[in-house]
Structures are given as C-alpha cells and as structure tokens.
Ligand binder design. Structure first.
Ligand code: HDD
Length: 717
C-alpha cells in the first residue's frame, strides 16, 4: 500500500480480527462468536458489578439496620442501583412484525455449481461450507404470543459468506399480500390487533384484516395460502421457505437471470389440524420453539434442499403475469426448480437475546453475483430493513456479534451510539493520502452493479400485468387435494365467523366467488351473508404442481424426532412396553411415557416399573404425534374408567394421529373411538381404521409407518 504508515495504525482492529478468522478458524461463525462468549458454569469466577468489582452479597440492599429494626435503603449502594438500572432497560423494542420467533445455527452446502447463472462464490464453490443462522417467526403476534396461531411463518436465513453476509428474508408462503411496499403499513395495521381495544392478539380472524383483504384485491392469492394448511405448520422443520421476491443472478460473462430462492424440507411439508393448533396455543404456546430445540439437541438435524428458479433476462415478458409481481408464483411447469444445495440446522443458540433477538436481517444484503430486480415490493423492503434495525438495535447494529460478517469489514463509517470497533489511524475518509482502505476492483471481489437500461415515465403506477389478481388464486385452489380444500373452507368459515360486521363477511363471501363458486357458497352457508348465485369470474380449471403440500413428501419414511406417547397405568404389560419403547428410541423418535401419575407406575407382576415423564392431566395428546398403549388387564381396567385417558385416545384419533395398541388395550381403543356418529371402518371395528394399529402381538414396523403417514391426509376433523 503506497504511502502507508504502519506506526499511525491505519489498519483497524477489525482487520486483525478478520485475518485471525481467516487463518485460524476457517471463518467459522461459532469460533467468531467465541470471543464474546462467557461460560457462567461453576468454578468460573465470582459475582462482580459491570465495572468489575467483586460483590460479597447479591441479596441485600445497603441499608440502615439493627437486629430489632430494618431502616431505610441507601441510595449510595452502587451495586443495587446498577442491578435495578440494568434491569429497567433490559427490553429493546420488539420487531414491528415477526416479533415472535426462534432460531438456530447451521451450515449451507452447495452440491451443484450454478456458475452458468451466477458468479457468486457461495453458489459456485462446491467445496465450501457456509455458516448460517436461521430465524423462524410468526408475523402478527407480539413476542409473547403463541407459536401455533394461524399465520404466515417467517423463514429468514443469514449466510455468513466469505464475501459478506447474504440475507434471504423469506416466508413459508411463496407470495405476498401486496405488490408495492408502500402498502406494507396498511396490510400490517389491518392484521395487527385493532387500534381501539388492541384485540385480537396474533389472529387474522377479525373485521379489519378481512376488510382489508376485500378492499385490496391483490391480496386474494395470498390469503388463500394463509388459509390453507401452510398457515398452521406442524413444525418449523416441516415447512418450505421462499425468498418470495424476484432477485437477479449475474454470471462471469455478465449475463443476468431473474431468480427466486426456495428451501424444501427433507421431512416433507406437514401441518397441524386446526383444532390441534387452537389447543396447542393454550397448552404449549412454545410448541414450535421447543420442537426445533429438541430436534437439534437430540441430533436429528433438520435439513432443507436449496432451490433456484431462474428466467433469462430476455424472457422477462414472456409470461401472462409479471415476474416482478410478488403476489404471483412462477409455476413449476413454466419454470422448474433446480435444487443445488442444502441447509442443515445443527446448533442451538447459547443465549436467546444476544443471538435470536438481536439478529437482524436486510433484504438489501446480497453478495457479488447476486442482485436485485425492480420488484416494487423488494425495492421498498431494501429501504425498510436497515431502517428498522436502527430503531431496534441502534446504528451500530452490524457490530453485534451475531450480525457481524466473518470476512474483513473495513470502511470509514464511524461513531454512533454503542460503537465497539476501535479504529486506529489518523484519517477517516476516502480518498486519503495513505491510500488506506481503498475500494476494491471487480477482480478483487468488488460488488459490481449490473448496468441495466431502463426506460419509463416517472409516475405512481404499475405496469399492466400487475392488475390481474385472481388467476393464481384459482390456480392454487384448483391444485389443492380434497382434504386441503376442506381445510381452506373450514379456515375461512372460522375466520369470517369471528368478524361481527356483516359488511365484512358479506363482502368476503362475494369475493370468494371470484375464486370458485362452490367455495363461496359453502363458506356462505357457514358464516352468513348473501349467497352468491354465480361465479364472479369463471374458474379456468388450471392446476400446477408444487402448490399442494402433498407434492412434497418426505425424502424417506422416517419417524425420527416424532414424539410418541406410551400410556401406562399400574399393571401394564412390561414386554409390550419395553418392545415399543425400544423400537421408538431405535428409530430416533422420542418416547414420552404418560402415566396416570408421575410417581412410579408398576408393571403387571411387579418386576418392572417406570417413572413417567408426565401424567395424563399435565400433558395432553396435542403435544404428541402418535400414541401407543401396551396391554395389561389391570392397567386397561384403570384407563377404561378414566375420562381423561379416553379423551386422550379420542382426541388423538380426531387429530389424525397414529394409535398403536396391544392386548387388552385394543378394547380400550375400541371403546374410546367407536363413537356412535363416527364410522371408522366398514366392519365398525376401529382396528381396521386408517392409522390405528392394534395387535395382540407387537409388530412395530406397521405402527412406525402409520406414525409417519397417518397425519394430515384424512380424518373426520
Ligand atoms: Fe418483512 C421483518 C419477511 C415484506 C418490513 N420480514 C421480516 C422478517 C421476515 C420478513 C421473515 C423477520 C426477520 C427476522 O427474523 O428478524 N417481509 C418478509 C417477506 C416479505 C416482507 C417474505 C414479502 C416478500 N417486510 C415486507 C415489506 C416491508 C417489510 C414490504 C416494508 C416495506 N419486515 C419488515 C420490517 C421487519 C420485517 C419492518 C420487522 C423486523 C425486521 O424487519 O427486522 O422491516
């Protein structure tokens, strides 16, 4: 570097740190974070103040006191004041949307180079492993709301690449409510609790949300997705992720493609049923958070395939929709997905606040080889995210350990609240006489904007194809399996039932006739309003692959990480119990023993006993994927008389869960399920019903298979 004066210390500390990172730790994010990580385990030090002085007690405020009388507290006490002051300021503003979430660390691997379309190293170098952090979220609820509410889920991925951070800030639904970012405050205000009474929390089932949906026709496609099973995922691990917006890729020859990014889970796309979701919101509001945590702790690492859909620049206008319109999918038949990589989550955070709460994403953060498009939603998002991070975390938010890149950061941005980096040197501008910190050339890895020619008028308008709002809503509806259609009808019937204003539900029923007359009429029957007699527009009857969840079966049948309850009472059959427990554990599923009580339960013959994980009242069937009941004369006699036990079985059956039973337990299952109004099989015997596996002898394979496939495909709910 010509003219560089080392003594003056132009090289910032960040550079030294970065060099260390490159040489020592292969730019691993976890070792990068180790610099700030403290272990508060036993033997690791003594209690101190924030200014480092050791404290002799953490329990008493300094006060005037005698044996007989307690006197006033002294303001003088710096320890007590520090604790209270620090506590008073523990909260930061929650995210204005996506406030409720959880996340994990992981790895992105590329198995096929996409060099034909991009020069981004993260998408061309198959020898790399890129550290990532993913944060999943709901959109509407506040930080303390429940996980299983009906909502869109956020799927935000930060890739700590060697060329800088790349954020794919996506959702589990491939389209959005609005085309133009200027409408974001409106769609969110309409969905959030209503302004006069702050009701309801984390729900779209209210007047304002549906009032907006009716008045804003471009939301039609998206609300159909939100009302589908995608709105109530079984697990973060079992949902797809979509970048939603149209980005661009630029290859080494300087050619440009439009691109959509997506993630498809190895476990398949699975959902809860609505009754289950409602109950879980009360019984375990942290259901998704715990599910992710538990799977990672148990070493069953969730994986997603990474896909791209690309369109050459020259083909931009060849479609009957605008490919820059975020309310449209690119149907697979027109633009097939090419899966080129894999994401794995394999490490839980060490501390929620510093990592999950303080992680901050920006759609504007892309790396060389990846660019934006003129998607009007993306353009606005690119402005919004940085701005919101300033309000949430302060201007130096990118210095926070979880947000800082693993590659060198060198520039003349300075100062601001909570600046951490100490930059040595006499100049803080470019150009400078030392030629310190010069911009990079393209060959050195500098980001090069694509020189795009744009012609148009300056106007508040969108191009013509943005005006069509119903074709893909119909495409989505037509592509649903019968049970998925039923679930959409049920969801709309629930939501509109919660709208008291007849104008709101009356109009919405008319809007549904723009999608499908049968849909509109069935929902109208349930919620009221004037029954539409003819379709708002004819259904084009087209379908597309990749919209139904059934199009994404699991890569292989497996029950790994599924929770399976084993119900026991005194006198259970120890052989059946042990065989089931062993088989479930061997398959890497989680056996949860549920007893009539949590204190020890003894098997028939008294030779075996078990301390249950939970009791029937404390833990409910909605918290498991399947249940197994070993026989045993005495235990089944007890369970048969327990209303709670019968309800457990009946509810699990209603929620489409696999039920296994042996010996006397077969009769218990028969008793619980064979309700007068439920036809479970032609013979009337529940053991022939789909998903119910009852045997006098154990044959675990058929039960485990039922656990994997029973859910979400049929049932009476
Ligand atoms: Fe957004 C957060 C996803 C449109 C403005 N958004 C946020 C998060 C996700 C998304 C997953 C949470 C990130 C995290 O976990 O920290 N948002 C989307 C998707 C959209 C979208 C897929 C449509 C394609 N968003 C959108 C628009 C705007 C915003 C049009 C504003 C013009 N979004 C924000 C925000 C948030 C946010 C206010 C709140 C917290 C944050 O950014 O970091 O800036």
């Amino acid at each position: 570097m010509a003219g560089f004066v080392p003594e003056k210390g132009i090289i910032p500390a960040a550079m030294e740190k970065a060099t260390h990172a490159i040489m020592g730790h292969k730019r691993d994010k976890i070792s990068d974070l180790a610099q700030e990580t403290k272990d508060f385990g036993p033997g690791n030090g003594r209690l101190t103040t924030d200014y480092g002085v050791k404290q002799t007690t953490a329990d008493d405020w300094l006060r005037v006191v005698s044996d007989k009388q307690i006197g006033p507290a002294l303001l003088e006490d710096p320890f007590a004041r520090e604790r209270i002051h620090r506590f008073d300021h523990e909260r930061i503003p929650e995210r204005v949307v996506h406030a409720r979430g959880s996340g994990a660390f992981g790895t992105f691997r590329l198995f096929e180079s996409a060099e034909d379309v991009t020069c981004a190293k993260v998408l061309t170098d198959t020898s790399r492993e890129t550290p990532i952090f993913v944060r999943f979220s709901t959109v509407l609820g506040s930080r303390g709301s429940a996980d299983t509410v009906r909502d869109v889920r956020g799927f935000a991925v930060k890739l700590y690449t060697q060329e800088g951070n790349w954020d794919i800030v996506g959702n589990n639904i491939p389209v959005f409510f609005i085309q133009d970012a200027i409408k974001f405050p409106d769609v969110i205000h309409a969905g959030k609790p209503e302004p006069h009474n702050e009701v309801p929390q984390a729900q779209s089932a209210h007047n304002n949300f549906w009032d907006f949906q009716y008045n804003h026709t471009e939301a039609t496609h998206m609300f159909m997705w939100a009302m589908s099973d995608r709105g109530i995922p079984r697990s973060y691990r079992m949902m797809q992720g979509f970048g939603v917006n149209t980005f661009t890729l630029i290859n080494a020859k300087g050619e440009r493609h439009f691109v959509k990014f997506l993630w498809t889970p190895e476990l398949g796309v699975n959902s809860l049923v609505w009754d289950e979701a409602l109950k879980l919101a009360g019984e375990d509001p942290d259901f998704h958070r715990k599910d992710l945590w538990e799977a990672i702790e148990n070493g069953v690492y969730p994986k997603w395939k990474f896909g791209i859909q690309t369109i050459p620049e020259a083909d931009e206008h060849k479609f009957d929709f605008d490919i820059l319109d975020a309310t449209k999918v690119w149907p697979e038949e027109l633009v097939p997905t090419r899966y080129i990589g894999e994401l794995e989550l394999n490490r839980n955070p060490d501390e929620f606040f510093t990592q999950v709460e303080q992680i901050a994403f920006c759609t504007s953060h892309v790396v060389p080889g990846i660019g934006f498009s003129n998607d009007p939603l993306l353009q606005g998002r690119n402005f919004s995210y940085f701005d919101t991070q300033i309000s949430r975390l302060g201007v130096n938010w990118q210095e926070l350990p979880i947000n800082r890149p693993v590659c060198p950061v060198m520039n003349f941005n300075r100062d601001g609240a909570m600046r951490h980096t100490i930059t040595k040197g006499t100049v803080n501008y470019w150009p400078n006489r030392f030629e310190a910190c010069p911009p990079a050339t393209h060959e050195e890895g500098g980001y090069l904007e694509y020189a795009e020619k744009i012609v148009g008028m300056k106007a508040r308008a969108r191009s013509a194809k943005f005006k069509e709002h119903f074709n893909q809503a119909q495409l989505f509806w037509n592509s649903m399996a019968p049970h998925e259609k039923k679930h959409i009808i049920d969801a709309l019937s629930f939501e509109l039932d919660h709208c008291e204003d007849p104008v709101v539900y009356g109009r919405m029923v008319q809007r549904l006739a723009d999608i499908d007359l049968g849909l509109a009429q069935t929902v109208c029957e349930m919620v009221g309003g004037e029954k539409p007699e003819k379709a708002g527009r004819p259904n084009h009857s087209k379908r597309a692959h990749g919209l139904s969840q059934l199009d994404f079966p699991p890569a292989k049948l497996s029950i790994a990480s599924r929770r399976i309850a084993i119900i026991v009472a005194d006198g259970y059959d120890p052989v059946a119990y042990a065989a089931a427990y062993g088989a479930i554990s061997a398959a890497l599923a989680i056996p949860l023993v549920i007893g009539t009580r949590r204190s020890k339960v003894t098997a028939a013959g008294g030779s075996h006993s078990v301390q249950p994980h939970h009791h029937l009242e404390g833990f409910r069937s909605v918290m498991v994927d399947a249940l197994f009941i070993p026989g045993g004369e005495q235990s089944i006699a007890t369970l048969s008389k327990s209303g709670r036990a019968l309800h457990w079985i009946r509810e699990a059956f209603g929620h489409l869960k696999a039920i296994g039973a042996t010996g006397e337990a077969v009769d218990l299952v028969n008793k619980a399920i064979a309700l007068p109004d439920v036809t479970v099989s032609s013979s009337g015997d529940v053991s022939e019903s789909y998903g119910v596996v009852t045997l006098r002898q154990i044959k675990p394979e058929s039960f485990t298979e039922a656990v994997q496939i029973a859910k979400g495909t049929s049932g009476f709910l």
